[in-house]
Ligand binder design. Structure first.
Ligand SMILES: Nc1ncnc2c1ncn2[C@@H]1O[C@H](COP(=O)(O)OP(=O)(O)OP(=O)(O)O)[C@@H](O)[C@H]1O
Ligand SMILES: [Mg+2]
Length: 366
């Protein structure tokens, strides 16, 4: 089912009497979530991710704006009538119930024509349990299972009512790295199998990038950018988005443009046709550095770390915001690097220029 957010806004009163301003948790969010897609909602702590999910689920009422499920305006509907499946951050299973009882819990209060017989409930529960591969654990209690298994019970419980929309709020946060990786693949698989429109909240950019059809990057209640993960990575609209995506992170330099040439310190590092003279931030992805004896960007070499196929060149530059620059180059190119200085040329499509004033990306002809 398609989900449309229209000027969705949530303001909370500020309890701090001295500050009269309200807290704007979600600020004018507009987005049409296509049917059957997995959307990653991404941003730092406090940026409004959970509030957005709670608005979509109906647990919170918006201050302004509307929510549509398909052609229906659901803004005034209570959560139980929206057909959403929710998995909370702390997956909240009932400890005294078995896995089976936990899964069928949302089915037990169905009334009228939706009411199910015991056999129908068992059938549904077994189907979703199989899907998340916990069908052999049905008689266990939550305390008798691993974190990852509990997580999957929570997902099964959210799926058992065949929701129109599945909302997952940091569903992997309590898992160790390995299980996290495994479970996120599983979520992707389940999502594709069921075709349910899914919103997946995380503050882990790598997680969002790896499983989402589209990502939404938020900051302080405001949507910064919406797009396919690779598109957002390749063309971040502003410095915030550029810094938020990518591991190792992007390398940001104080720079300036003079006569359509980008200068870092005194060095002319790139031609940037179409950009007016001004102070800027130049941001270079780790894979944007090319070791080059005649390269214009001269950095102080700190360490060369080879990791199989790739080599990480750790260096520094006085104009770089961070104390260390991390350049990722192929190991073949690393052989030549030694001594105190390393010179790079920059790949134009891996280098972004942001206005110092607005921090928005300035496009140059590449
Ligand atoms: N009931 C409330 N009353 C007042 N302010 C609130 C309330 N709930 C959330 N906020 C504020 O709204 C903002 C967004 O909160 P939200 O929980 O949506 O963030 P989040 O992106 O989910 O963060 P996290 O990654 O830490 O879970 C925060 O500044 C938070 O303090
Ligand atoms: Mg949250």
């Amino acid at each position: 089912m398609k989900v449309v957010l229209e000027h969705l806004t949530k303001r909370y009163p500020n309890r701090d009497k001295k500050k009269k301003t309200e807290i704007i948790a979600v600020n004018d969010f507009n987005f049409e979530i296509p049917d059957g897609k997995l959307i990653g909602l991404l941003g730092p702590s406090g940026c409004g991710k959970s509030t957005t999910l709670n608005l979509i689920s109906g647990l919170e009422k918006p201050t302004e704006g509307k929510i549509w499920f398909g052609e229906d305006d659901v803004t005034g509907l209570p959560p139980e009538n929206r057909g959403v499946g929710l998995v909370f951050q702390n997956y909240a299973l009932y400890p005294h119930l078995t896995v089976y009882e936990n899964i069928i819990f949302p089915l037990q209060n169905l009334k009228g024509p939706d009411k199910l017989t015991k056999e129908q409930m068992r059938e549904r529960a077994e189907k979703v349990a199989k899907m998340v591969q916990i069908e052999t654990l049905m008689e266990r209690k939550p305390s008798e299972m691993s974190g990852g298994q509990q997580q999957r019970v929570a997902i099964a419980r959210a799926l058992v009512k065949t929701p129109n929309v599945l909302l997952l709020d940091e569903p992997l946060s309590n898992l160790d790295a390995r299980l996290r990786l495994q479970t996120r693949e599983e979520i992707k698989r389940i999502q594709q199998e069921t075709g349910v429109t899914t919103i997946f909240v995380t503050h882990d950019q790598e997680e969002a990038m790896s499983i989402s059809d589209m990502i939404v990057v938020m900051k302080e209640g405001m949507v910064q950018q919406i797009g396919k993960p690779q598109e957002v990575y390749d063309l971040p609209v502003n410095l915030f988005v550029a810094k938020f995506l990518g591991t190792p992170p992007i390398n940001v330099f104080e720079a300036s443009v003079k006569k359509e040439t980008l200068y870092i310190g005194g060095e002319a590092v790139l031609q940037v046709p179409g950009i007016k003279d001004q102070e800027v931030y130049a941001a270079v992805r780790p894979e944007g550095f090319v070791p080059d004896e005649n390269g214009a960007l001269s950095c102080h070499l700190i360490a060369v770390e080879t990791m199989g196929r790739d080599t990480s060149v750790v260096c520094s530059h006085e104009k770089c915001e961070a104390p260390q620059i991390r350049a990722i180059i192929s190991s073949e190119n690393a052989v030549r690097i030694s001594g105190g200085t390393v010179r790079f040329s920059l790949k134009p499509h891996k280098t972004f220029i942001f206005s110092k004033e607005t921090e928005e990306r300035l496009d140059f002809l590449k």
